[in-house]
Write a protein that binds this ligand. Structure first.
Ligand code: PLP
Length: 403
């Protein structure tokens, strides 16, 4: 492994922040009681869970902390929202082609095994949805709409607040679920002022540990618990609480809220500088997804006519960690379903790299990446089997630059 690590893969997972780590340790050492116990040693743990619930509610702007239910991860939260539907006669679901597999695969499962019809909305080349197509897709028997707030691969933001309002106007009974795993802590969320019914977050994307997440379920929303068991989480999610994880998620949420301005200023500036530097120095680089309507930490760049995996390996040798496609699909050479849905040419999809920054990213790290990456790309360009195409592209880019 390289001596120094430049971690630009924060959409895959994040480093646990010191505040979250410190907050959880007592619950792994001395405060190990079970919150369901009758004795006070266990019983007093409940108050720490209560605080964590308030902290998570604070991050997403929930009116009542009781609307927050702790889960084990973003995936479980999606499963809970989608599999908990209670109206058997309503058999239509709307989602998008660019959701995370934890939504897409549940949708496919419901379609295949439970008789649901699913509308998968497409996106344009910028990664945006068409509001008219969305509105037209809503039917009287639509039970659920599941649309992500920010895309994990491109960072593109969907206007979920407006879409929830459109949906409720057309069909007031429809449930609107938002996967906000990549939005929480990156853009402001004020759920109480929206018509969104359910929203998921994941601890390890916001500097809490892996193995903890949450789902917001608006008061009065009826869903069947996905995890049946004890009375924990007021019967809405059985299983003895992951107290240390929950406390850490609470603390990480508080910190994320505190650092939100930093995300939209300093982190964004670093992302923009990284992107600009790469575009200026690699003629075959192009940005995937809207450059304006994105979370501030993410950039998805295609290096046309070369292989993303090779770029990743060369960067990894120098300690630079990024990703080609979503974390859950890397290790699998299937081209990204998100970039394909955007109509990105195959030769660009294969050379796509996602850089995702965090508040721990520094300017020096960006300098280092800008020093190393163009040389890697130049080297890989020289051994690409697409020499004619690269030459043509270079000529086009050079003539555009001159104009
Ligand atoms: N939703 C999105 C948009 C994600 O990016 C991820 C993880 O990459 C998930 C859901 C799943 O979260 P978890 O890893 O906590 O299950």
């Amino acid at each position: 492994m390289a001596e120094k690590i430049i971690y630009l893969d924060n959409n895959a997972t994040t480093r646990v922040c010191n505040e979250a780590l410190e907050s959880m340790l007592p619950f792994l050492r001395e405060k190990y009681g079970n919150p369901s116990s009758m004795h006070s040693f266990g019983g007093e743990i409940g108050k720490y869970i209560k605080t964590a619930r308030e902290q998570v509610a604070g991050l997403i702007g929930a009116a009542d902390p009781q609307e927050v239910i702790f889960t084990s991860c973003g995936t479980e939260s999606s499963n809970m929202a989608m599999r908990g539907l209670t109206e058997p006669h309503k058999k239509h679901i709307i989602t998008t082609k660019v959701e995370h597999p934890c939504v897409l695969n549940v949708a496919k499962h419901l379609e295949k095994n439970h008789g649901y019809k699913v509308t998968y909305l497409g996106v344009n080349s910028e990664g945006a949805l068409d509001p008219d197509e969305f509105k037209d897709s809503i039917r009287p028997d639509t039970a659920l709409i599941s649309i992500m707030w920010a895309n994990n691969e491109t960072g593109v933001i969907f206007p979920v607040e407006q879409f929830a309002a459109i949906a409720k106007e057309k069909n007031p009974e429809v449930l609107f679920f938002v996967d906000a795993v990549q939005a929480a802590g990156k853009i402001p969320i004020d759920i109480k002022n929206t018509q969104i019914d359910m929203l998921s977050i994941s601890g390890h994307k916001i500097h809490a540990p892996k193995g903890v997440g949450a789902i917001y379920v608006k008061k009065g929303t009826l869903i069947t618990p996905f995890m049946q068991g004890g009375h924990q989480e007021r019967g809405r999610r059985g299983g003895t609480e992951n107290v240390a994880g929950i406390v850490a998620l609470g603390m990480a949420s508080e910190q994320a809220l505190k650092y939100l301005d930093d995300e939209t200023t300093r982190v964004k500036q670093m992302r923009d500088r990284l992107e600009k530097g790469i575009l200026e120095n690699s003629f075959n680089a192009r940005i995937n997804g809207s450059r304006f309507n994105r979370v501030p930490n993410t950039t998805n760049i295609s290096f046309e006519y070369i292989e993303g995996e090779l770029i990743l390996l060369h960067m990894s040798d120098l300690g630079i960690c990024a990703s080609s496609g979503s974390a859950c699909t890397s290790g699998n050479l299937e081209p990204s379903h998100v970039l394909r849905a955007m109509g990105i040419p195959f030769t660009a999809v294969h050379g796509s790299i996602r850089f995702s920054l965090s508040r721990y990213t520094t300017d020096e790290e960006i300098d280092y990446v800008l020093e190393k990456v163009p040389a890697i790309i130049e080297k890989l360009n020289s051994i690409s089997p697409f020499q004619t195409e690269l030459k043509e592209l270079k000529e086009i880019k050079t003539s555009v630059k001159k104009q």
